[in-house]
Design a protein. Structure first.
Length: 93
């Protein structure tokens, strides 16, 4: 599973990507092994975005579900099975 982080540094936009190994069983996803699957920009910016990588890694196991919203966009989300108030969501591609 690939997570892309889009960010700007001055007038330039960048994408940093991290790929996790994952297992899905009965609608529950568990992420693992992000360290060996990072892009150049992820590695270059790793210090400031390490908290996000750690958050994603520690989120699971998580239930995969749609996230309610008001603007009609289709947003997918991961709801932590240990803390349902802990949600990570975004546009699916």
């Amino acid at each position: 599973m690939i997570f892309n982080l889009y960010y700007a540094a001055g007038a330039t936009n960048y994408t940093a990507s991290v790929t996790f190994d994952y297992n899905i069983e009965n609608g529950i996803i568990t992420l693992s092994n992000p360290t060996g699957h990072t892009s150049g920009n992820w590695n270059t910016r790793r210090a400031p975005i390490q908290p996000l990588e750690t958050y994603l890694y520690n989120l699971g196991p998580a239930k995969i579900d749609w996230v309610p919203n008001n603007d009609g966009q289709v947003i997918g989300g991961f709801y932590s099975t240990t803390n349902p108030n802990n949600v990570f969501y975004g546009f699916l591609k």
